[in-house]
Design a protein around this ligand. Structure first.
Ligand SMILES: Nc1ncnc2c1ncn2[C@@H]1O[C@H](COP(=O)(O)OP(=O)(O)OP(=O)(O)O)[C@@H](O)[C@H]1O
Length: 238
């Protein structure tokens, strides 16, 4: 793995016509931690991730990965592994073949395919057609694809979609292990109660702006969870 990379978002702003999708957003994401990037539907999470990954140009501000814009990274796929949405797998291709194709494109060693299959718990299904995978298995195959380049930064949009409680517990262990290796793990989710089980730190968005950021433990107690903290901060609590 390459050295740890901090994510630094500064004054990030994006409009789509009349819609202020993201406004003056500033936060850091630290290596060695699992950070939840949270907020309701439409609060600007995906737009922020797309700016971070160089897929959308900001109107103002910067989103840096280890001090560089994504497009200036020397080896992007070996620096950032991202799962933005359910990827389209070739349905007739097996999970293993899907990973082989991506490993070839990345110039990753062939052994990374077996590593990624084992890490994501789908080795037993590797030689089945991906078209027959369950939603949870597709999530795991997406994650395996993101891990092929052994990247120090992982960015996952709604990774718990399609996972059952056992799958969520498994994802929690995996993300913690990856963070413990010094990786920067950013997990976007609109399901606060679920995300709460996965993360050390939170960055919470509301209507395109930062609502709060910091360690989860400072926002919640055993008695009150993240959903209640969110309602309190937005003034929506009864
Ligand atoms: N390409 C686009 N053109 C126009 N409006 C857009 C575009 N992309 C996003 N938006 C708008 O920007 C706002 C933020 O959307 P975004 O997808 O970033 O939110 P989100 O927090 O990721 O939501 P979700 O949890 O539903 O994925 C929304 O009002 C959305 O409709």
């Amino acid at each position: 793995m390459r050295p740890p990379h901090r994510l630094e978002i500064r004054g990030l702003t994006k409009r789509f016509g009349p819609v202020e999708a993201v406004t003056g957003l500033t936060f850091d994401v630290e290596p060695g931690r699992v950070t939840g990037f949270l907020g309701p539907n439409g609060s600007g999470k995906t737009t922020t991730l797309r700016m971070l990954l160089g897929l959308v140009a900001p109107d103002a501000g910067t989103a840096r990965i280890g001090g560089s814009d994504y497009r200036d990274l020397a080896a992007p796929a070996h620096t950032v592994g991202a799962v933005l949405e359910a990827s389209n797998f070739h349905p007739a291709r097996t999970g293993r073949d899907h990973l082989r194709v991506y490993a070839d494109m990345l110039g990753a060693p062939a052994a990374r395919v077996a590593d990624a299959l084992a890490l994501t718990g789908i080795a037993h299904a590797a030689d089945r057609r991906a078209g027959g995978y369950s939603t949870g298995m597709r999530q795991r195959l997406n994650l395996a694809t993101a891990l092929l380049g052994d990247p120090p930064v992982l960015i996952l949009d709604e990774p718990t979609n399609g996972l059952d409680p056992e799958g969520i517990a498994w994802l929690r262990r995996l993300l913690r292990d990856l963070a413990a290796e010094g990786r920067t793990v950013l997990v976007a989710s609109h399901v606060l109660a679920e995300a709460e089980q996965l993360v050390d730190d939170v960055v919470v968005m509301h209507r395109g702006r930062l609502l709060t950021a910091g360690p989860l433990s400072e926002l919640t107690t055993d008695a009150t969870g993240l959903e209640q903290a969110f309602l309190r901060l937005t003034g929506a609590a009864a």
